[in-house]
Design a protein. Structure first.
Length: 278
């Protein structure tokens, strides 16, 4: 059985990762003021960070159109795929999954749209696992079950360096109380449930990153995988080194957070995602 995997650009996988496992990525749009770009196609990750540092407008995001998904679905089905499994960023923070569902209805084939209930490095980890399963011959039903299982065991936490982007983007979720916090406070967020929740506050960035390390350390021996995403954080190398010292995992995936999530998390954001053992 041939099953193809589709996702969206909030997964923050590298081009090398998506090419190696034949994953199709449908891009969201990024807007600075009146100027809109298609993520990764019209605006590279480095160019996005450059634009965010100089533009007077904070970036905002928009879900892909249903037609963008339908085009990819039909392309894969026409090329011989028996099924397509589309794994999207959490429906709790974006309308992307609704677009994918609408696109699936118009595809005329077996397209399963699944909510990762995650974002960025958490979503990316789930997509990679699904693509490896598809490569190894798993059925569409087996893959959707795998995604649901991984989703339930995937935790995502982030340390924000600024609250401005989260305020502007309106993706505050249940972390509304953070918006009243003083500027010097470094907020911690939990996106494990698929919506933004407050996880705590620290007085300094060093303490905020230390909290992330402690959160990972508490799961010592209980981690199936661990990944890190960062919004061009200057202190990321030291942070990753510290993580290595508190886990028994030989590999920690480290990727730059792309425009979709960084638009809301802001520059300097550091996120950890881990999958708990069954």
């Amino acid at each position: 059985m041939t099953v193809r995997i589709v996702t969206d650009s909030a997964c923050d996988l590298t081009e090398e990762e998506t090419v190696a496992l034949d994953i199709d990525v449908v891009p969201l749009s990024i807007r600075f003021g009146e100027v809109e770009y298609i993520d990764r196609k019209e605006l590279s990750v480095p160019d996005f960070y450059e634009e965010m540092s100089t533009n007077e407008h904070l970036p905002q995001t928009a879900a892909p159109s249903p037609g963008s998904f339908e085009e990819i679905f039909k392309k894969r089905l026409d090329a011989g795929a028996e099924s397509v499994v589309c794994i999207n960023l959490s429906s709790g923070v974006s309308a992307t999954m609704q677009s994918a569902q609408a696109g699936a209805q118009g595809s005329g084939g077996d397209v399963r749209v699944v909510d990762s209930s995650s974002v960025s490095c958490g979503q990316g980890t789930i997509v990679l696992a699904a693509a490896k399963a598809a490569r190894d011959g798993a059925s569409a039903s087996e893959i959707t079950s795998l995604v649901d299982d991984l989703s339930s065991r995937t935790k995502v936490y982030g340390a924000l360096d600024t609250l401005e982007n989260l305020k502007k983007g309106g993706r505050v979720g249940n972390a509304q109380a953070l918006l009243g916090s003083v500027l010097s406070i470094k907020p911690l967020i939990d996106i494990s449930s698929g919506v933004v929740e407050e996880a705590g506050r620290q007085r300094t960035r060093k303490k905020a990153l230390g909290w992330l390390v402690e959160t990972v350390k508490e799961q010592h021996g209980n981690l199936e995988s661990l990944s890190v995403g960062h919004a061009m954080a200057p202190d990321i190398d030291a942070f990753v080194e510290e993580l290595h010292s508190v886990t028994d995992l030989s590999e920690v995936r480290v990727d730059v957070i792309g425009p979709v999530v960084a638009s809301h998390g802001g520059p300097g954001l550091v996120a950890v995602s881990f999958v708990l053992k069954k």
